[in-house]
Design a binder for this molecule. Structure first.
Ligand code: XUL
Ligand code: MN
Length: 339
């Protein structure tokens, strides 16, 4: 049963516990050490930012060597690279955003850095480029032209599609944080942009549970909508306790019913993409427990797969036909309570 799904996470999911209000509380593990945890935890692949692979200011030759070294470690560990995401939110030239920055020179930096992420993806063996558009938005409405902004994002997507005819672009949308108001705040917004792109077949989405919840949506409905478009190419499963900062809590740890909805939709659709778990350990977690949240999220997911598979679909159909949603609700909740 477990082999139906391939599990992935990124090196940032094993973290030091630092937050805007306090310094690290756990030592920063070297990337090579983190990579040795993947298989032990039951994971199959690695998600990467461009500068997880090698520093962003390395020249072409250094980058080639850095990619070759990582590729070798991945092969030795029996792991695959799921995607590369250009980190367009830390460099001084991305203060005002990447593709939507008001400065032309800064926009150029974002485009060049994104092309370099494509080169890195090719060198480590993946065709998927994830765009989390962290700073493509504003703190005040008048800071940028909100009509021009999506055009600039579309131009960047088209530029990448033309740069490499094999890659796929996956938008990972989030409505806020770090920006007050993000452009293209939900997967639905990005899906509309996909159809306007130069090659809609190579444009899709990665949906993160917490991001949907922050937009006031049930992640399972966002996921189902992307599946309807055949554009759900990855997920970041996690959980979120209400409308506050992006918490990246362990999958299913806040709202088991909501997590079940997601698993039920993925199961029904026979979703074949990776199950990415974009989860963070609590700041209070001791160093010796710092990967538990990953193992736990995977275990909760698989337990919910079992529950989803135990649902009697003819009973569901009958209760639907009878419009007896009260009984249907009790049936599902009792399943979740282990009955
Ligand atoms: C931010 C987020 C990122 C992306 C990768 O909220 O989820 O970790 O998943 O850039
Ligand atoms: Mn994410």
């Amino acid at each position: 049963m477990t082999r139906n799904y391939r599990f992935t996470f990124g090196p940032w999911n094993i973290g030091t516990g630092s937050d805007p209000f306090g310094p690290p509380v756990r030592p920063d593990l070297p990337f090579a050490v983190k990579l040795r945890e993947y298989k032990k935890l039951g994971f199959d692949g690695v998600q990467l930012h461009d500068d997880d692979v090698c520093p962003a200011d390395w020249n072409v030759e250094q980058t080639r060597r850095g990619c070759a070294e990582l590729k070798k470690i991945l092969v030795d560990e029996g792991l695959f690279a799921e995607f590369v995401a250009p980190r367009l939110w830390e460099h001084a030239q991305t203060i005002d955003g990447g593709y939507t920055a008001n400065s032309e020179a800064d926009r150029r930096y974002a485009l060049d850095r994104s092309k370099r992420a494509v080169d890195i993806a090719n060198m480590i063996g993946t065709r998927d480029i994830v765009l989390w558009l962290a700073r493509e938005g504003t703190y005040i409405r008048e800071a940028k032209c909100p009509i021009e902004a999506p055009r600039r994002i579309l131009d960047a997507v088209n530029m990448l599609l033309a740069y490499d005819k094999n890659i796929r672009i996956l938008g990972e949308m989030k409505p806020n944080e770090p920006m007050d108001q993000a452009y293209l705040p939900t997967p639905g917004h990005f899906l509309a942009l996909c159809y306007k792109s130069a090659d809609p077949k190579r444009c899709g989405v990665l949906i993160e549970s917490a991001h949907s919840i922050l937009a006031g949506l049930d992640p399972s409905d966002d996921i189902a909508y992307a599946l309807f478009h055949e554009k759900l190419w990855s997920v970041h499963l996690n959980d979120q306790n209400g409308l506050k900062y992006d918490q990246d809590k362990s999958f299913g740890s806040v709202d088991l019913r909501r997590a079940f909805n997601t698993v039920w939709v993925l199961e029904r659709a026979k979703y074949g993409g990776c199950i990415g778990l974009d989860v963070k350990a609590m700041r209070t977690t001791k160093p010796e427990h710092q990967v538990k949240h990953l193992a736990n999220s995977r275990a909760i997911f698989l337990r919910l797969v079992e529950v989803a598979r135990s649902i009697d679909s003819s009973k569901v159909e009958r209760l639907r036909a009878e419009r007896d949603y009260e009984s249907l609700e009790l049936y599902i909740v009792e399943k979740l309570m282990g009955k």
